[in-house]
Design a protein around this ligand. Structure first.
Ligand SMILES: NC(=O)c1ccc[n+]([C@@H]2O[C@H](COP(=O)([O-])OP(=O)(O)OC[C@H]3O[C@@H](n4cnc5c(N)ncnc54)[C@H](OP(=O)(O)O)[C@@H]3O)[C@@H](O)[C@H]2O)c1
Length: 296
């Protein structure tokens, strides 16, 4: 049973955990539609056109943050902008960038600094995964994963720091994964990059405390953001996978609520929380060996 539970935390595999957090919208959120106000604070979401990034965007839009959404494809960015602007009467800027490019962070920061953007929130969301990686994936793909999952998060956090400091109190939300809590042999590099995101966030939180910038790290279990995620989850884990997963919308709402409250590690869903405690409490060698047995 333990093997089964641990294996289930390989993300991308399950949905719908309606246990703990029932009321996610605080009463003081004004969801009424008014005219957009560009002087309101901005949140920048790197990877904000789809999936968890879009859900974060929507949760911030409800709280009347203006948004800067970044992704590679203009069509989905434009669709997200149209939807959010008409539903929440906020201002949405969209920027097309491949965040795995070394120059992206500097270009994005320059764009924001030139416009003196009132930046209050930075969410580093875009990441690359897959059911298997190291030994079975090309070196180019592995390098892409490191650049997107780790380097881009590190570079945006640093290049946007002057704006976040100027507009403090402010927030950085890094998206890791439950896969970052322990080594997973068949997803060796993915779990290693997500563990880097978690460690980086822990330390950065202390480094930025005096600057009044709060750092949070979202570590979700499975979230059905794409049909292949749902298929893989259901194929491998059946009912347990379904129980474990949390919907993107719910993940976005929980993550924004807890980020604004200054929480460090955010694990949406009661079942995922329990498993994340186990993953961190058990000896690392044991967990890795259980993952290895379950994954072959
Ligand atoms: N889904 C899960 O089960 C799950 C579980 C735990 C953790 N996570 C983590 O959560 C994050 C989001 O996952 P998701 O499932 O929501 O992904 P998704 O649905 O595929 O959305 C990813 C977003 O990032 C953008 N993006 C991807 N690659 C990019 C690049 N190179 N440059 C710029 N933008 C890029 C995408 O737009 P474009 O394609 O247009 O670029 C899209 O807006 C990832 O870091 C993932 O590791 C996911």
């Amino acid at each position: 049973m333990l093997i089964f539970i641990l294996f289930s935390v390989l993300d991308g595999y399950a949905q719908s955990c309606d246990f703990a957090e029932t009321s996610l919208l605080p009463d003081d959120i004004d969801t009424s539609v008014a005219s957009p106000d560009s002087s309101r604070p901005y949140a920048l979401i790197a990877g904000g056109s789809k999936g968890i990034g879009y859900a974060l965007a929507e949760a911030l839009a409800k709280r009347k943050y203006n948004l800067i959404l970044i992704a590679r494809h203009l069509d989905s960015l434009q669709a997200a902008k149209n939807k959010l602007e008409s539903a929440y009467s906020i201002h949405v800027e969209i920027l097309v960038h491949d965040l795995s490019r070394e120059e992206s962070a500097t270009e994005i920061a320059k764009w924001c600094i030139d416009r003196n953007i009132h930046l209050k929130v930075l969410a580093n969301v875009a990441g690359h995964g897959g059911p298997r990686d190291y030994l079975l994936t090309s070196l180019d793909t592995l390098r892409y994963m490191v650049r997107l999952n780790v380097e881009s998060m590190m570079a945006l956090s640093l290049t946007l720091l002057p704006l976040l400091e100027k507009n403090a109190p402010s927030y950085i939300l890094n998206v890791a994964s439950m896969a970052g809590f322990a080594p997973i042999p068949i997803k060796n590099l993915y779990s290693a990059t997500k563990s880097a995101v978690i460690f980086f966030s822990y330390s950065l939180r202390y480094q930025l405390k005096k600057k009044h910038i709060s750092v949070s790290c979202l570590c979700p279990g499975p979230v059905f953001t794409k049909p292949e995620v749902r298929r893989e989850t259901e194929k491998r884990f059946g009912w347990f996978g379904k129980k474990m997963a949390v919907s993107p919308k719910r993940v976005g709402e929980i993550a924004v609520k807890k980020t604004l409250k200054g929480r460090l590690i955010i694990v949406p869903g009661t079942l995922s929380k329990v498993i994340s405690v186990l993953l961190r409490a058990l000896p690392r060698r044991t967990v890795t060996s259980l993952y290895a047995k379950a994954g072959t």
